[in-house]
Design a protein. Structure first.
Length: 165
């Protein structure tokens, strides 16, 4: 009984901690660039104020964690679950890579490529999650929508600041 209770509490916390930790690591590359490099960029009218990004990403990472929990509560023995978790991990790695490339490397074109690949992997994650748990897939819809919006922003910032930027 104690093992089941421990799993009941630890699995959701673990699933939340994974994407939130990625967000924290990514913020190390982001926060330092915002007042300097990013503030000096030309941005489109649709660019949200800087204060919006932290709360939005916190919600999105939390939804990712909840989505992952809805999958992992079925265990990890089935091949479909393993494939789903692989896609989840891969998209999370690209999520972190985007912060490194855009904010750490100031490479807008390369960041856009990473973001487009990220969108494909989020869709793949949603498709495989949906075969296991429809709510798990639907929880990723806001994340997919935000990343599509981010791709438009990334592209517009790149264009507004010169394609050589």
């Amino acid at each position: 009984m104690a093992h089941h209770t421990l799993r009941t509490w630890l699995l959701p916390l673990f699933c939340l901690a994974i994407p939130l930790s990625v967000g924290i690591v990514g913020s190390f590359f982001t926060v330092g660039s915002i007042p300097g490099w990013y503030a000096g960029l030309n941005k489109p009218a649709i660019n949200p104020p800087a204060w919006v990004f932290g709360p939005v990403w916190t919600v999105l990472y939390s939804l990712m964690g909840l989505s992952l929990y809805l999958i992992l509560r079925y265990g990890t023995e089935r091949a479909l679950i393993q494939r789903s978790v692989f896609f989840f991990a891969a998209q999370l790695a690209l999520n972190l890579l985007w912060s490194l490339v855009f904010f750490g490397g100031h490479a807008m074109a390369a960041a856009l490529v990473v973001l487009l690949l990220l969108i494909v992997l989020i869709a793949a994650t949603m498709l495989t999650f949906g075969r296991i748990s429809l709510p798990a897939a639907w929880l990723l819809v806001p994340y997919l929508a935000w990343c599509c919006f981010a791709a438009v922003l990334n592209m517009q910032i790149w264009i507004l600041n010169g394609v050589n930027a």
